[in-house]
Write a protein that binds this ligand. Structure first.
Ligand code: G5P
Ligand code: MG
Length: 222
């Protein structure tokens, strides 16, 4: 029962496998924020075989970025819809991934905090191999780090866990390459807006307490 933030809009960024989903789950639990992950939105479209899902499936599986012209309006509409359901803060995971996305978001829902998880690539490659997800909720597991209570089943619903198509080595490599080629200008963008906060480390259990302490302080000042 920490502070209940209103009117805060936080984006969380970081390389693939840096723990955005893992850390977000803890933030949402401790600070009762609304949460949206662009990757979860896309994976659910793919799994439900919507027209959009069919169109983007090969792009996501290959580890490439979905065109902003398709994604940005969808994410911004989802944010507006979710925000209208409750008077509380908001956490966005996986968006923006380009300066044009950041600029658009700045016009519609300007973030008052941009968290960057700075985790070395060597650490990441090993984690992704043993990741399993519960697709409908986006809950994330890891066979070594946080295994489900029952093998292959989601802790909350008991439904089956799956591996992500883009977690095969070639796609992970592509995702890391793309990340490296697009992120610097986005970090620069948020630095200039004076909302960037970087957390570095190799373990979520060490990074999260730092994020938590920072957020407790930050939210008091809002
Ligand atoms: P996503 O879904 O945004 P990525 O690649 O940015 O995907 P990903 O893979 O979801 O990021 P994460 O959320 O940062 O990683 O990490 P995580 O899932 O929490 O942790 C990774 C694993 O490590 C898990 O198994 C976890 O349990 C474990 N773990 C966590 N902490 C630790 C630790 O301390 N120790 C250990 N040992 N393990 C740990 O985007 C996917 C695709 O969607 C499209 C693109 O195609 C993208 O590739 N997309 C977009 N396209 C265009 N624009 C956008 N804005 C887009 N957003 C998504
Ligand atoms: Mg994720």
């Amino acid at each position: 029962s920490g502070p209940r933030p209103k009117n805060v809009f936080i984006v969380i960024m970081g390389p693939p496998g840096s723990g955005k989903g893992t850390i977000s789950e803890r933030i949402v639990r401790d600070f009762k924020l609304l949460y949206l992950s662009s990757g979860d939105v896309l994976r659910n479209h793919i799994s439900n075989q919507t027209e959009f899902g069919v169109q983007i499936k090969p792009i996501v599986a290959a580890g490439k970025l979905v065109p902003s012209s398709l994604l940005t309006p969808m994410i911004e509409a989802d944010i507006s819809k979710l925000k209208s359901t409750g008077d509380t803060g908001f956490l966005l995971d996986g968006f923006p991934r380009s300066v044009d996305q950041a600029e658009s978001l700045q016009r519609t829902h300007p973030p008052n905090l941009a968290i960057q998880l700075d985790v070395p690539f060597e650490t990441i490659i090993n984690r992704i191999k043993s990741r399993y997800i519960h697709l409908p909720s986006g809950r994330v597991y890891n066979l070594d780090y946080n295994p489900p209570k029952v093998t292959g089943k989601d802790d909350v619903t008991g439904e089956a866990l799956t591996q992500r198509e883009d977690d095969k080595p070639e796609s992970v490599k592509k995702r890391l390459e793309i990340y490296q080629s697009v992120m610097d200008p986005i970090l620069e963008y948020y630095k200039n807006k004076q909302v960037l906060q970087v957390f570095s480390g190799t373990e979520s259990n060490v990074i999260y307490p730092q994020v938590k302490r920072f957020l407790e302080d930050f939210l008091k000042k809002q």
